[in-house]
Design a protein around this ligand. Structure first.
Ligand code: H79
Length: 445
């Protein structure tokens, strides 16, 4: 109690002297349940990202590469975009089916869009009518329904919440995006917007029981604005100390953030152009990825990654110590794209056999290499050989002096591992090579 009081006082003091949004939650000390949840999170390894909103109706409008951004990419005026909720009627939405699918896929959590950049709340919000209950013929709180089902089936639910908002009149001055939306307000009180956002966050943290955390996005739209992060983060941690906060601001984590995410890049890679941070050693990591090229539903995007490709990325991410948050954009009728279901079932099948070499692990002693990745659990190191090419593999940095045994994960037969000065040399005969991932377990003394 006393400790709590001291913590709170420190928080308030820091909040008082904090004047800039980027100061975040200075002096933040994660609560014990938050630290527990960070361990749970890292053990979980695999989650489903869900981008679902009124934009899903448009299906990208026939353009590759457009989905949840259609309002901005096509410069749709607010008054016109506001017609969309009137068409949103996902009568085939079946949360039990979604969550069962998630479980069969071997995923442990779901991160769903409570609000994307278009500003539309996909849950029962009281501070604005611009939400699924008040503005759609469906009229039901899909997030509440999903949460109930998640609780029933033991899946944790996180909320993706956009700080950027192309719809709210107080989101002003405007940021770098949404300039073409003609009827955005030409004045506004940004502080009132932050109040509104914090009220919505309070709703999300009080209406649905215990949640996994909040996945923020969009701060990069106004990098110099005062986002009052210290207040928002303290609010969230005050309401649910265990909730994990992450923000996709493409910077190193700020105080008060509990995990760090990488959008469509492995940690340390920067194919996207905006992933030029380092890799945090302080907080858990997560990488998010699309199955095709779109987050929200796109009706023509058939550019699907193969199951093998996705498993390889998941394993490499684990080699960096990062979770894999794989996205689907449900259709406007409430169903998951069948192609995505097939992919998820195939990954789930693979995990049923090989999940023991992934769940509960941490990054290995050697960072991912061209040939594959390593992860550790207790005194075991799992070597995931993803790209064999019929050659011996030299792995430096394995403590070979402590090596007790080396066996194949699937049948326990001995693996040909030779100690070398700097690590080990691994020889895998052709008949032992698996099409997706050949796993060798090293047990250390
Ligand atoms: O929700 C999904 C996307 O809609 C959202 N994040 C994922 C999880 C997303 N928003 N933007 N992007 C993805 C990529 C866009 C980046 C840009 Fe920028 C925004 C280019 C210019 C402004 C931020 C600032 C990145 C580079 C500079």
């Amino acid at each position: 109690m006393r400790k709590e009081l001291i913590r709170l006082t420190v928080l308030v003091l820091f909040a008082a002297i904090t004047f800039k949004g980027t100061m975040a939650q200075e002096g933040y000390v994660p609560a014990p349940e938050n630290l527990d949840n960070r361990e749970w999170f890292q053990d979980a390894k695999f989650g489903l990202f869900v981008h679902w909103g009124v934009y899903s109706i448009m299906g990208g409008g026939g353009d590759q590469g457009i989905a949840e951004w259609i309002m901005e990419r096509k410069s749709i005026p607010i008054v016109q975009y506001e017609k969309l909720p009137g068409f949103f009627n996902p009568t085939q939405f079946d949360p039990a089916e979604w969550v069962s699918m998630v479980k069969k896929a071997g995923m442990k959590y779901i991160t769903i869009t409570s609000k994307h950049h278009d500003g539309f709340a996909m849950y029962d919000s009281k501070v604005s009518d611009y939400n699924i209950v008040d503005a759609t013929p469906y009229g039901k709180d899909v997030i509440g329904m999903l949460k109930e089902e998640c609780d029933r089936q033991g899946i944790r639910l996180f909320f993706y919440h956009s700080q950027l908002d192309w719809h709210h009149p107080d989101y002003f001055p405007h940021g770098r995006t949404g300039q073409g939306i003609a009827d955005r307000s030409q004045s506004g009180d940004f502080n009132a917007y932050i109040d509104y956002m914090n009220t919505q966050l309070t709703e999300l943290l009080t209406q649905y029981g215990e949640i996994g955390g909040i996945w923020f996005d969009g701060m990069w739209d106004k990098p110099d604005a005062d986002w009052r992060l210290e207040e928002t983060y303290a609010l969230i941690h005050g309401l649910q100390p265990g909730a994990l906060i992450g923000s996709n601001h493409h910077k190193m984590p700020f105080p008060g953030e509990d995990f760090m995410m990488f959008e469509r890049d492995l940690p340390g890679e920067n194919t996207m152009g905006f992933n030029n941070t380092g890799i945090s050693e302080e907080v858990p990591l997560e990488m998010c990825e699309t199955m095709n090229g779109s987050w929200g539903f796109n009706i023509i995007d058939q550019n699907y990654k193969s199951v093998k490709q996705l498993i390889h990325t998941m394993v490499r991410a684990a080699g960096y110590g990062a979770n894999f948050l794989l996205n689907t954009g449900p259709m406007p009728n409430g169903r998951i794209q069948p192609e995505n279901v097939d992919t998820l079932m195939a990954i789930g099948n693979w995990l049923e056999t090989y999940g023991g070499a992934l769940y509960g692990t941490r990054k290995g002693p050697v960072r991912p290499q061209e040939w594959g990745a390593t992860v550790v659990k207790g005194n075991e190191i799992y070597i995931h050989v993803l790209d064999h090419r019929g050659r011996d593999i030299e792995i430096r940095g394995i403590p070979s002096d402590r090596l007790r045994s080396a066996v194949y994960f699937d049948d326990g037969s001995r693996a040909d591992v030779k100690r070398s000065e700097e690590g080990i040399t691994l020889s895998i005969p052709k008949r032992k090579v698996k099409p997706i991932d050949t796993i060798i377990v090293l047990t250390l003394m």
